[in-house]
Every structure is written in C-alpha cells, then in structure tokens.
Design a protein around this ligand. Structure first.
Ligand SMILES: NC(=O)c1ccc[n+]([C@@H]2O[C@H](COP(=O)([O-])OP(=O)(O)OC[C@H]3O[C@@H](n4cnc5c(N)ncnc54)[C@H](O)[C@@H]3O)[C@@H](O)[C@H]2O)c1
Ligand SMILES: O=C(O)C[C@H](O)C(=O)O
Length: 356
C-alpha cells in the first residue's frame, strides 16, 4: 500500500541546474532537489534558443545539444519549456541544459549567452504569405530583442522568425534604440533556401547534394529568394526549362511544405537542420576557424538596400565580411530587380514598426 502511494506521488529527482530560480519542492509531480558534484566547466559556447518548445525549437534543441562546441544550452519558451528541457537534458552529450518558462525568466535565459537563436513566433497556414505573420511575430521579436539588448548585448543573433525580410529590420531598430546595435552580430537565417537549392539542383544534376553549392541571395520570401544557378558548384549548365523549374521550386519550397502539412504548420525538421548547420558555422567563426562562409540576410552595402542576403564570412565578430554578388546573367539580373522591389517594402515595414 505504502509502496503504491509512493509510486502515485511520482517522485522525480532533478538536478539543481535544471531548476528554475523560483523552484519549490512539492506538488503532484514531486520534484526533489539533488545536489550534484560540480562539473569541471567544459570549454565551449553558451547558446540560447528562444521558442525552444516549438516545431523548430524542439529538434533544434536536440541538434544543439549534440554540438560539441556548445557547453551551456538555455531553452526558453512561453509554454512547455520544462518538459523539453527535462527530455533533452537526458542526452549523454556535453552541453548542460537549463529551461526557462515565460517572460519573468527571459532575462535569466539570456544572461551570459554567446549565441541566441530565435525561432519564436507563429507559422503560416495554407493561403497565407509570410508577411501575414508580421503583426504577431514583429511584436514577439521586439520583446525578445529588448531582452537581448539588456542581458547579452554582445551575443550573435540568428533570427528565424518570419517574415525574416522584416523581422531583421525590427531587431536592428530595437538594438539601435538600446544603443547596442552591431550589424555584424545580427543575422537573418536563410540557410533553408540554400539547403533546398542544393537538394533540388542535385536531383536535376544526378549528384549527391553534399557535393553541390548553390548561392541563394536576396531575402527569404517568394521572389526575394534568388538562387544564382549561374554560380553553382560544381560548374553546371541548365536548360531554360530547368532554370524555370529550379527557380520556382526554390522560391516556393516553403509553400510546398505548408500545403503538404495542410494546416499543421510550416517546415520544422528541415529548418531545424538548417538552423543547426548555420549556428554551427557561427560558432566555428566565433572560435576563430578560418574560411567559414554561409549565406545570410545581413546589413549590407551590396545593393542600395540596408539588408540583403549574400554569402558572408563568419568570424570572431560575427559576419566579418559581406561578399559581392559576383557576375549575374540576364535572367538573374531581372530576378534581382523584382527581389529588390519587394525587399525594400518589407524592410521599411520592419523599420516603421519600431520608429512609428
Ligand atoms: N527563416 C526560415 O527559413 C524559417 C523556416 C521555417 C519557419 N520559420 C518561422 O519560424 C517561426 C516558428 O515556426 P515553428 O514551426 O517552430 O512554430 P511553432 O508554433 O511550432 O513554434 C513557435 C514557438 O514559439 C513560441 N513562442 C511564441 N511566442 C513566444 C514568445 N514571446 N517568446 C518565446 N517563445 C514564444 C511558441 O510557444 C512556440 O513554442 C515561424 O515564424 C515560422 O514562419 C522560418
Ligand atoms: O514557408 C514558411 O512559412 C516557413 C519558412 O519560411 C520556409 O521557407 O519553409
């Protein structure tokens, strides 16, 4: 009887590092403090994921827990952060995982972070554009970036929340207002466009996608996603039909997933993969590795627009070098003009959201 009663109380033990600062013992699920011997401070970077309980956040948390460059992983969300944290923390990899739930714990989640990855926000449903998410997600990004400006102003920020073409401008304006803006440290994540482009081009060429490198420039929505097929590595030529097919599929890859998921959200698994790949590149750059180059949507002088996605070299200071577009063919020049027109409006919308 006593044994059953005890089982029913579901005693769980939990180590101090997993507990929120306001933890109290007791309740239905009886969590018990266990003091563990301190770990010998593994070298590595401190990374926070904001929106860690979401469709992207959960697999991204798993992948970052597997990254040997990460010593501390903070998982923040407004729901379900403790469950995701308990789950991921059982993986026998090096990073120490801590969970943070809700706005009152945002500052603790951010303090001391080297890299902050933001997949917080609502995803699309069929029939919506990314811009339809602006109203909700711009406000979320503003709040989170105010926290970053206060608690870890030197962190590199990887911004995933859509519409990226506008939310990066929102984040930049928040940081400017706080006096902490460093354009090298704010990066809109466009890696999924490159991942898709590599996959679809490899299919057409009959190659392994790992051997293919397609630069994708511009932004992250529809016609602003501009694959530069003339610069594919290994050097390849495409028929006009192949160029049309590949450009359309790469530009609409997100919508392809949104429609296939039929109301259950947008790309999460391929995005978590892409975000983990990009975050790893940022960490390798921070560590001082030479020649780390990825596409990202950053402050840029490559065009007349204040932000633009191109290849950037990642280093100790973030996006240390922003590369030029390189030679474009006529098809790409026309695509560039279309992309810039839409991008200019999306960027301005983000700026106006903060400046009013
Ligand atoms: N950049 C890209 O290539 C790319 C790719 C895919 C998705 N996205 C975008 O990423 C975002 C998230 O997508 P998802 O599928 O993970 O959505 P989701 O709804 O599954 O998860 C979002 C998470 O954010 C959390 N959240 C909401 N408000 C928050 C706040 N104020 N602070 C912290 N967390 C908060 C939610 O609780 C939820 O857990 C969407 O805006 C989506 O459009 C971008
Ligand atoms: O398409 C979306 O809404 C999500 C994301 O931007 C994507 O490209 O998959």
């Amino acid at each position: 009887m006593e044994a059953n009663a005890q089982a029913n109380r579901r005693i769980a033990t939990i180590t101090n590092h997993l507990l929120p600062p306001n933890f109290q013992e007791g309740g239905d699920v009886h969590l018990k403090r266990v003091d563990c011997r301190a770990k010998g401070g593994a070298p590595g970077f401190k990374v926070a994921i904001l929106g860690a309980a979401g469709g992207i956040g959960q697999p991204l948390a798993l992948l970052m827990k597997m990254n040997p460059l990460v010593s501390v992983l903070h998982l923040y969300d407004v729901v379900n952060a403790p469950g995701v944290t308990a789950d991921v923390s059982h993986m026998d990899t090096g990073a120490v995982v801590r969970g943070f739930l809700g706005q009152p714990q945002l500052e603790s989640a951010l303090t001391g972070m080297d890299l902050v990855i933001i997949p917080a926000g609502v995803p699309r449903k069929p029939g919506m554009t990314r811009d339809d998410l602006f109203k909700i997600n711009a406000g979320i990004v503003r709040t989170l970036c105010e926290g970053i400006a206060k608690c870890c102003p030197n962190a590199v920020v990887n911004l995933i929340s859509n519409p990226v073409n506008s939310t990066v401008a929102v984040a930049a304006e928040v940081f400017k207002k706080a006096g902490t803006y460093d354009p090298k440290r704010l990066l809109g994540v466009t890696t999924l466009d490159v991942v898709r482009a590599n996959t679809f081009v490899a299919e057409v060429l009959g190659l392994d996608p790992r051997e293919v490198d397609v630069p994708v420039v511009g932004g992250h929505a529809g016609v602003t996603i501009l694959p530069l097929l003339s610069q594919v590595k290994p050097p390849s030529s495409f028929s006009p039909g192949e160029v049309d097919y590949l450009t359309d599929r790469i530009q609409n890859g997100g919508t392809e997933v949104v429609e296939a998921k039929a109301g259950a959200g947008s790309a999460t698994l391929s995005m978590a993969y892409a975000a983990a790949k990009f975050a790893d590149a940022c960490l390798r750059g921070l560590k001082g590795e030479a020649g780390v180059v990825e596409c990202a949507f950053v402050a840029s002088e490559v065009t007349e627009l204040p932000f633009f996605a191109t290849k950037v070299r990642l280093g100790r200071a973030g996006a240390e070098e922003v590369y030029q577009l390189g030679p474009l063919n006529e098809y790409e020049r026309m695509g560039l003009e279309k992309a810039k027109k839409e991008l200019a409006e999306s960027i301005q919308k983000g700026i106006d959201f903060i400046r009013g």
